[in-house]
Ligand binder design. Structure first.
Ligand code: SDX
Length: 379
């Protein structure tokens, strides 16, 4: 390979590796997981089946899906030391800080934490994915002074999470909504948090370290943290009449509108399209139609103002109203993104390790040369 470096700020024009997991056509607004359109998966699949697809490059047959589901269910319950640790976390902690800390702590109680074999990495991926719901729900119940709920290994992934969080089995609508959100957020090429995980795993560090890196990266409001920012924006606007002055004011001040724009999509994010339709009924059923209608008006204003520049709603814009309509606290929105994206992060780490190459770009040094070391008394 010839060495011909060039500066590419933000790696906008850089392809860092090949992958068979997600295909994104930013011009047409297409997302496929292993060639299957995201819309078909959201309508027909489950999060467990979608994760199997991403990790194995094909859909499972029934016995394979049953076995994979059983493996996940068998790992729902974190070690007792983790439940004890949750009780030590300050009740006013930011949930994303709590979640990043708890996922990292899981490694302390996993005897194969540093086993680099593909088989151990697969088992650890299942463990981290399976236990994430208990970490999120456990912290939320701790901060609210509620007792923990025991994980139920007879329940599916989405159903188990809602039960751990609320103490009650979800309605059919809530379970389907949660499963759809988990499917839609599972993977998305080399987004910032996935790439961060790959940088970590490329040094032959471990899966817990890679996922912890990714959680810290997803937290930022330019990335996974946008869904919480969208909800805060909708709350700040408060009512339909204030939508236009609020949005136009921000645009005039060159401030970004959370939930819009994307590094790859220059057409509308197909996940936003699906969520918009899906969320309308949910918002109506839960008395949150005002949020949906305000979102719709924001979309109309943004389309007229910046649509021609390829700035459209992204997955975070309508996931905000979806999660709020499901009764989730706003500061749990990004932890839910983590819960789903562990599927993509772990899948990409296992895929990348098949042809590993240490990720280490160059920087273009623009500082001085031949500078003298000046003694302290002369400075
Ligand atoms: C996710 O990468 C992924 O795949 C991520 C994700 C995934 O599944 O992992 O899809 C999930 O992170 C979705 C994105 C969530 N973030 C937000 O909603 C935050 C708001 N969006 C922007 O910050 C922005 O759109 C980014 C960061 C998402 C992408 O920005 P880029 O590609 O770095 O482009 P840019 O910031 O340089 O913007 C280009 C122009 C600028 O105008 P000019 O300076 O050229 O005049 O477009 C404008 C920007 O000001 N612009 C916006 C805007 N986003 C871009 N203007 C107003 N509102 C916005 N939201």
């Amino acid at each position: 390979m010839t060495f011909a470096p060039s500066l590419d700020l933000g790696l906008v024009n850089t392809i860092a590796a090949e992958s068979k997991m997600s295909f994104i056509d930013g011009t047409k607004g297409v997302l496929e997981y292993v060639g299957i359109d995201i819309d078909s998966l959201a309508r027909n699949s489950t999060f467990e089946e979608t994760t199997y697809l991403l990790w194995n490059s094909r859909l499972p047959n029934q016995s394979e899906l049953d076995e994979f589901t059983r493996q996940i269910q068998a790992e729902y319950d974190p070690p007792n030391e983790i439940w004890d640790l949750i009780k030590r976390i300050p009740t006013d902690a930011v949930p994303m800080h709590a979640l990043r800390t708890l996922v990292s702590a899981l490694s302390l109680f996993d005897p194969e934490a540093d086993d680099p074999s593909p088989e151990a990495n697969h088992r650890k991926s299942i463990r981290i994915l399976a236990q994430c719901p208990a970490l999120i729900a456990g912290y939320d119940r701790h901060r609210k002074g509620k007792d923990f709920v025991e994980p139920d290994s007879s329940l599916g992934f989405a159903e188990n999470f809602v039960t751990l969080l609320t103490g009650d089995k979800p309605t059919e609508t809530m379970q389907k909504a949660m499963d759809v959100c988990l499917i839609l957020h599972a993977d998305h090429g080399f987004n910032a948090s996935t790439f961060a995980a790959l940088v970590t795993i490329s040094t032959l560090s471990d899966m817990y370290s890679a996922v912890t890196t990714a959680i810290g990266t997803l937290k930022g409001p330019l990335h996974g943290g946008a869904n919480e920012a969208v909800m805060h924006m909708l709350k700040e606007i408060g009512e339909m009449d204030k939508v236009e002055p609020f949005i136009k004011g921000k645009l005039e001040r060159k401030e970004k509108i959370m939930g819009f724009g994307h590094r790859v999509y220059k057409a509308i994010d197909p996940r936003a399209t699906y969520l918009k339709t899906f969320t309308k009924q949910l918002a109506e059923d839960t008395g949150n139609l005002d949020l949906y209608e305000m979102s719709n008006k924001i979309e109309t204003i943004m389309k007229a103002a910046v649509g021609a520049r390829g700035i459209h709603p992204n997955v975070d814009f309508y996931s905000a109203t979806t999660y709020y309509s499901l009764g989730l606290d706003i500061d749990l929105f990004t932890p839910l993104f983590v819960m789903s994206r562990i599927s993509g992060w772990a899948g990409h780490c296992m895929e990348y390790l098949q042809h590993n190459s240490l990720i280490r770009p160059r920087c273009d040094y623009v500082g001085p040369h031949e500078m003298p070391y000046v003694a302290m008394e002369e400075r």
